[in-house]
Design a protein around this ligand. Sequence first.
Ligand SMILES: *Cc1c(COP(=O)(O)O)cnc(C)c1O
Length: 391
Amino acid sequence: MGGGVERIPVMRPWLGDEEAEAAADAVRSGWVAQGPRVAAFERAFAAHVEVPAAVAVSSCTTALHLALINAGVGPGDEVVVPSLSFVATANAVRYVGARPVFADVELATGNLTAATVEPVLTAATRAVILVDQGGIPADLDGMRALVDRRGIVVVEDAACAAGSTYKGRPVGAGAVYATFSFHPRKLLTTGEGGMVTVARAEAAPRLRRLREHGMSVSAADRDAADRAGGAPVVETYDELGFNHRMTDIQAAVGLVQLGKLPAMVARRRELAARYRELLADLPGLVTPADPGYGTTNHQAFWVLLPADFPMSRDDLLGALAREGVSARRGIMAAHLEPVYADVEHVPLPVTERLTRDSLILPLFHDLTEHQQDRVVAALRAAAGARTAAVR
Ligand SMILES: *Cc1c(COP(=O)(O)O)cnc(C)c1O
């Protein structure tokens, strides 16, 4: 990196004094574990997704874990997942003792489709985890039309997709289960955190017990009963549970962040449109865009390099780094990692092309147009294209 040139990170969460104050209020209240702020965050998030209930958990990974348990997925079952996803998608399948089965994705969205999933369905398939990769909505109705009649449940891994829309409604609104991540790599953040949303309110109580050690009565409800002065409520433990809880400190931050989500999405869409415009004349470069049926929050802005690009993706990452631009390789492919090397799979040519030849460019709320110009200039220089001087 050139001397004195400011480094542009690939992402940075948009956090301010309001979040700091909300967290401080939770600390001052004396109730810092799961309590009233988690309950309030759940209600607000359920309203945002337009579903009857939401259950807050410690991460999207634990959200997937609980959704699969509640869907009845276990040993001997197969669960179809995209290999092209963060490794947590496949890992959750193994947590419940089931087998991940990798299916390919379509090039335009990086997502599973009915056409890529149908060839890998077997009598043992119990679920499909449909990922909205990088925030681009997957075609949920198309997938459900294929699998609902076979008794296969679709769990929507909307880790990246809070603020994206599908057929005019928030992503997750039409899903039996949708799971969200509040890790700082996504838009809305609570440091770590996640949410399961459910289409039927009846699914929520068991999810709430599973996240809290399988306890029949939550600690918050026992406290409320104590305060009401009635007989102490004694809990029972009726099945194996987990500690997958979110804290009230995290939920306090989440409530503020949820209010800022529309502004976050608007800013990212504006910056992404500007990237597309500035890169439009580079031959063969593919950039993410809205599919016909929905809108993306642009959680990640990746570019897919054409086969005749003058350098490899990894050399390009190096060239950008020398210009002070932190880009990242594209979405990983789980089947290429040692932990999944033993899983047999169908050919995954689109997955392999996307993971090998794409990179993620800096995109975050506070990215300035000047910084964006620097990213574009570095990329254009590497491509051998002429560019207007920007610094
Ligand atoms: C980030 C991510 C996860 C994991 O989310 P955590 O909250 O970090 O557990 C799962 N699936 C996908 C598609 C992701 O991008």
